[in-house]
Design a protein around this ligand. Structure first.
Ligand code: SF4
Length: 277
């Protein structure tokens, strides 16, 4: 079973890592932390350890079991490129994405320098894949915009920006090399407001630079009421997506086994749960 999600720009979430630490103002009201901490101490719950960082190797093979091509948000409850995630494990996650290539993956991080470093070397095999979209979060000028430069310096085939929560006017943005822009306001208790002119400024630059624009939401305390119309319409644009046929169950299982052999080497032969058809 895929993990269904209400996130507007994806079909499913996949979390082979759980938990994270805050690094910039965009993290202030992190929805993943709020969700995870609700279950701290609940025995047997996936978030029994709250938002503490935890690798979840038994989740690694999950995409092999999904029987239809999906847009997959990788680590919606974490950040794959945080320092505490070993390089070997990031490679293992990337191996799944290159092997189960009938899905399209959306990898989003605030750790843009590590993303750049790994895509330039150890993750070259995954950087150039059309079905893996590599993105950075951008919330403001000080912390967010430098990430755009780091992303551009990474040898990724498809790069995207998640500008959410948008906390101020970003001014002029260099969108060269960027294939997709998502914009959204913060939601939930204490949500910081987003001004229309900040959004329109980004939409205008996307139009000028030919970049698909996705307007996710206005946000606010009552997110549903605020909606996602901008000037009386929705913006649900995406980059071009490659489609590949889903292998039959036997082939998917064979892929899974081949993948496990590679990954067990990467992870020094630690036991992993195997996907069975
Ligand atoms: S980087 Fe993302 S997942 Fe991690 S604390 Fe910040 S908002 Fe939450």
């Amino acid at each position: 079973m895929s993990v269904q999600t209400s996130i507007e720009w994806t079909d499913a979430t996949w979390n082979p890592v759980r938990g994270c630490t805050k690094i910039s103002p965009g993290c202030k009201h992190c929805y993943a932390e709020i969700f995870a901490e609700r279950f701290r101490g609940v025995q047997g719950h996936p978030y029994e350890q709250g938002f503490d960082l935890r690798l979840v190797p038994e989740k690694l093979t999950e995409p092999f079991a999904w029987r239809s091509p999906k847009l997959v948000f990788v680590n919606s409850m974490s950040d794959l490129f945080q320092d505490g995630v070993p390089e070997e494990y990031v490679r293992a996650v990337s191996r799944v994405m290159t092997t189960a290539d009938w899905h399209t993956y959306q990898v989003l991080t605030k750790r843009s320098e590590r993303l750049r470093e790994l895509l330039s070397e150890k993750l070259q095999f995954a950087a150039d894949q059309e079905h893996i979209w590599w993105g950075v979060s951008v919330e403001d000028r000080k912390y967010g915009l430098p990430r755009v430069d780091h992303l551009r310096q990474a040898p990724a085939r498809v790069r995207f920006l998640s500008i959410e929560p948008l906390l101020e006017d970003l001014g002029k943005i260099d969108l060269s090399g960027i294939a997709w822009v998502i914009v959204g306001g913060e939601s939930g208790p204490g949500a910081r407001p987003m001004k229309r002119e900040w959004v329109v400024n980004i939409r205008r630059q996307c139009r000028m630079q030919g970049v698909p624009f996705f307007f996710k939401q206005w946000g606010g305390v009552r997110k549903a009421r605020a909606g996602r119309l901008l000037d009386n319409r929705t913006y649900d644009e995406y980059p071009k997506r490659v489609t590949k046929p889903v292998p039959d169950r036997a082939r998917a299982a064979a892929f899974s086994q081949a993948f496990l052999r590679i990954v067990q080497e990467l992870l020094n032969h630690q036991p992993l749960v195997q996907f069975t058809a």
